[in-house]
Design a protein around this ligand. Structure first.
Ligand code: ADP
Length: 607
């Protein structure tokens, strides 16, 4: 078990090392300086006491007092600096830390990333990590504890060693035992046994938390919900109108709170959990008493004076602290195994989809041809096919509309086109080659998509338009104008620097759904990809703005190949070709006139 704990822990430490090697150096330096500070204080005060109880030479006493003052000032300052350095490195590492999970999530196959099991696993890790700092975070804390513990053991042993080199001058009777060569070993063994006992008791108390992990996770989620509901802008109106905080308070304080006063956790904290924690502490008190007895007996028998008594009692206590810290860290490492395994299960999720190695040649003429060849798709776990036997080619440079009722397969079609999912059967080809063979990031460069549920950031307008690309103000301005965001230069006095939304900046502007959608269209245009896909681009617009977008559709998308998804045939007049989906299959293809004509014909026939 210990071997497993150490190897899992080492893997977590390797992650920390990759993120921020400076953190290890800072933790090491901080432990060393703190140990030196403590040891200097123990040693100098013992020397002072020896002098005071013995020769009482004023010069030596003054020198010792000054040394104590100086060393304490310098080493305390160094300790504070060490802590500051450690905090700084820890802050840097914390910023980078979150990217481990974020990057893994974004690199996962899209269907796997959004599967129920992955979401649950991720939520579990976030809970462990955020609320209890268990898992990868705990691994570094245990490293710090172990380093500090080891430094204390080393320093404590060095200071304690002379205790066994100071024999009793004329040992009489039973006191001769105190000089027996086995004494140091016996003392070390007793210390180790009590430290193990103490950490086993502490572990027993901790085990209750591990057993209640699921319940505490729920409690923490509840607390999080309770705390954030009040400032959630989307809930603000409902909360006020329906006085919902009362319901929440009732839910949080009384009924479901696993940390509530009458909860099982609270009962156990007052009972067995508290008892084990108290036993753990009393074990160390027993050891302190035993060691003090041994040291005082030796002093009483004449082995050393009162100064050394202070020294040895201080140093053995320090040594024991180190042993407890190290054995406690080892115990916690074992308890942390299951939390680390959860994190590693997520980080080790295989990524099989995006393995292609071909690059898409960057064509200036934008002549990319995409073909769906007898493509069928079924969502993982679903019984029905969401798309079945779809065969079609995108005419280069043309505007294509995808029309159909809700649930007819339009979004699934776009997800397959953008390789968010791979076909269950059939192939999608780019310039004659299966798209799975291309590098995924290269392939994604070909598409600009405005999804129906797009999201903007609370950043300045310009950065929202440029996305991850460098901001060219002129280009951003053009794209906004093309997307119909014409009011920006009058309504937003800071132009492209205007912060959007007020989450991060009080001066941020709130946008209507239509304005936000126009910015999202501008962002898609700014990317300047050969394919522009607009998923229900006018869903949030009023009828006038909707008509405007469709009228300018050609101007917006220029010579690019454009795909526009809509559930209304009338919106697609400006497209060259319309494909109609029904039940996951293409049921009609043609121009707007042809389809309207067919519709009228079928209307006449049915009459
Ligand atoms: P549309 O965009 O035309 O409204 P979709 O492509 O979203 O239609 O959905 C097509 C079919 O696939 C629907 O029957 C829908 O219920 C199903 N579907 C969509 N997403 C999922 C999913 N993640 N898991 C299972 N089925 C899904």
């Amino acid at each position: 078990m210990l071997f497993k704990a150490v190897s899992q822990n080492n893997r977590a430490l390797a992650i920390w090392w990759d993120l921020c090697p400076g953190l290890f150096l800072a933790a090491f330096l901080s432990a060393v300086v703190k140990t030196l500070n403590a040891c200097a204080a123990i040693w100098l005060s013992a020397r002072f006491l020896t002098e005071l109880a013995g020769p009482q030479n004023p010069r030596t006493l003054i020198a010792l007092a000054l040394a104590q003052l100086l060393s304490s000032a310098v080493l305390t300052l160094l300790c504070a600096l060490g802590d500051r350095l450690k905090d700084y490195e820890a802050d840097c590492a914390a910023c980078l830390y979150n990217k481990i999970y974020m990057e893994k999530m974004l690199s996962l196959d899209y269907p796997r990333a959004h599967s129920q099991s992955t979401c649950e696993l991720y939520a579990q890790i976030m809970q462990n990590d955020t609320w209890s700092a268990l898992g990868i975070r705990e691994a570094f804390r245990l490293f710090e504890l172990s380093v500090a513990g080891a430094a204390k053991i080393l320093a404590g042993a060095v200071l304690t060693f002379p205790l066994f080199l100071s024999p009793i001058p004329q040992p009489k009777g039973i006191l001769a035992i105190l000089d027996h060569p086995a004494c140091p070993f016996l003392l070390a063994a007793v210390m180790a046994a009590i430290a193990l006992l103490s950490s086993a008791c502490a572990q027993k108390a901790q085990d209750y938390w591990t057993r209640h992990a699921a319940r505490t996770r729920f409690g923490n989620r509840l607390a999080d919900f309770y705390i954030t509901a009040g400032r959630d802008r989307k809930r603000a109106l409902d909360m006020r109108i329906y006085d919902q905080q009362k319901v929440l308070r009732h839910l949080y304080v009384k009924d479901h709170n696993p940390f509530g006063p009458s909860s099982q956790i609270a009962r156990q904290a007052k009972g067995p959990m508290g008892l084990w924690a108290a036993l753990s502490q009393s074990a160390s008190a027993v050891l302190t008493a035993l060691v003090s007895l041994y040291v005082c007996l030796k002093a009483w028998a004449g082995a050393f004076g009162p100064g050394s008594v202070t020294l040895y009692i201080g140093s053995t206590a320090y040594l024991f602290q180190g042993i407890s810290q190290l054995s406690g860290a080892l115990g916690r490492m074992t308890a942390n195994i299951s939390f680390l395994e959860t994190s590693f299960r997520f980080l080790d999720l295989p990524n099989t989809m995006y393995q292609g190695g071909l690059t898409t040649e960057k064509r200036r003429d934008g002549q990319y041809e995409i073909e769906f060849r007898d493509v069928s798709f079924r969502y993982p776990g679903a019984r029905e096919y969401a798309l079945s036997h779809v065969t079609m080619t995108f005419p280069i440079g043309s505007r294509l509309a995808v029309v159909g009722m809700n649930g007819s397969g339009k979004t699934t079609f776009i997800k397959l086109l953008c390789r968010l999912c791979d076909p269950t059967e059939g192939q999608i080809l780019l310039n004659g080659i299966d798209i799975r063979k291309y590098r995924y990031d290269d392939y994604m460069d070909l598409f600009s998509v405005v999804f129906q549920d797009f999201k903007l950031f609370s950043f300045p307008l310009g950065e929202n338009v440029s996305g991850s690309l460098p901001l060219d103000p002129h280009q951003a301005d053009q794209c906004l104008k093309k997307a119909g965001f014409l009011t920006w230069d009058t309504a937003l006095p800071q132009g492209l620097s205007t912060p959007l939304f007020s989450d991060l900046d009080d001066r941020g502007v709130e946008l209507s759904g239509g304005e936000a959608q126009k910015i999202a269209i501008a962002r898609a245009l700014y990317k300047d990809a050969p394919f522009v896909i607009l998923d229900e681009p006018t869903a949030a617009l009023d009828p006038l703005a909707e008509a405007e977008v469709y009228e300018k559709f050609g101007q917006i998308t220029e010579a690019k190949t454009a795909v526009c998804i809509s559930h209304r045939l009338s919106s697609c007049r400006f497209c060259h070709k319309i494909i109609v989906f029904d039940g996951g299959s293409i049921v009609q293809v043609g121009t707007h006139e042809q389809l309207v004509h067919d519709k009228e014909q079928s209307g006449n026939m049915s009459r």
